[in-house]
Design a protein around this ligand. Structure first.
Ligand code: NAP
Length: 311
């Protein structure tokens, strides 16, 4: 049963760069957006340490500080924040309904979905301890910090191939660890990685645990041929075993693509349900950058504002 009911013009789900940018724009447009901050406040960016590639940011800034600035900017113009996890969304009526796990009910004319895509982690001992301190899920974000050093990339899909190729531009070597002999990645991506001499293959090795030895990280793996255990050592580890877009609570109400990401009308943030917009990683399996997320958050806010003027 709903314990609280509030009525909104706009409700934004998610507090990564996409959700916060949408909040800044809609707050400046005096729409008084309500921003729901879910289980991963700040989103994937919080797994990065320093931000060096956000335009206009010349002095290095921590991901936490950049997000805190965006949040403060949204609050300055009147955005309100509420912690909560949306358990159920109902887009079938003219006024949409969102039910939080707390039981609170939010009625809202429009919704901006900026719930992101969570990186999948190995969930092996030692991993959680070093995420952001040697373990990353984003080569574009963190690769530069491993200039002329060695890294491990874990995974056998296109993401792992892409991360490995990107990293070869910076690092001295990439040790590619995959749990099977066969790769899931497309042939073209496999061929590109195979042609790169900086990549050393460690196939048929199942990751078991991660330890630190001096400055190095050690990945303990089981060699599946003979169940032997061995350590693979490097300066950094990139886990590239896929992302899961956070769309489960939508319960099939919106059109998703083959990988479960929300489909938006090309060049807009419009979903197939009028009044529901999507931005950031929940609708982007390709770029996944703070700046692209922020840009799409701006698009969602402008599309939403236009929609509110028309209804
Ligand atoms: P993916 O295709 O699902 O591959 C995930 C990889 O991680 C698989 O090789 C899987 O091993 C491995 N893995 C999963 N859980 C693991 C665990 N617990 N321990 C060790 N290894 C684990 O994910 P993706 O690479 O992110 O790609 C997702 C989709 O985006 C695909 O359709 C892909 O083609 C597309 N994509 C395309 C491009 C591009 O074209 N440039 C780039 C990135 C992604 P198994 O193979 O043994 O299951």
């Amino acid at each position: 049963m709903a314990s609280d009911s509030m009525s909104q013009e706009v409700t934004i789900l998610g507090t990564g760069p996409a959700g916060l940018t949408a909040a800044i724009y809609l707050a400046r447009a005096e729409k008084k957006p309500l921003v729901i901050e879910g289980p991963e406040p700040g989103g994937q960016l919080t797994y990065t340490t320093e931000i060096e590639n956000y335009p206009g940011v010349v002095e290095d800034i921590s991901a936490d500080k950049l997000l805190a600035n965006m949040r403060q900017q949204a609050q300055k113009f009147g955005a309100k924040f509420k912690r909560g996890i949306v358990k159920q969304a109902d887009f079938s009526k003219n006024v949409f309904e969102l039910v939080l796990e707390s039981g609170d009910l939010i009625k809202t004319k429009t919704v901006i979905l900026a719930t992101g895509a969570s990186a999948r982690w190995l969930e092996i001992p030692g991993e959680a301890k070093y995420i952001g301190q040697g373990i990353s899920s984003c080569a574009t974000c963190d690769g530069f910090f491993y200039k002329d050093r060695s890294v491990i990339v874990i995974g056998g899909g296109d993401s792992a191939m892409e991360e490995a190729l990107f990293l070869t531009k910076h690092v001295s070597s990439v040790k590619l660890v995959h749990r099977r002999l066969e790769l899931r990645a497309s042939k073209i991506m496999q061929d590109r990685v195979k042609a790169n001499k900086k990549v050393l293959w460690h196939l048929n090795r199942k990751p078991l645990a991660i330890k630190k030895k001096g400055d190095k990280l050690q990945l303990l793996v089981e060699v599946k041929d003979d169940q032997r255990e061995e350590f693979i050592e490097a300066d950094g580890i990139f886990v590239a075993i896929g992302h899961t877009p956070n769309t489960a609570f939508l319960n099939g109400q919106l059109k998703l693509d083959a990988n479960g990401y929300i489909e938006v009308e090309r060049g807009t943030a419009k979903t197939n349900r009028a009044g529901v917009f999507a931005c950031g990683d929940v609708q982007d399996s390709s770029y996944r950058q703070a700046i692209t997320a922020a840009g799409s958050g701006c698009m969602a806010a402008l599309d939403c504002e236009r929609y509110l003027m028309e209804i």
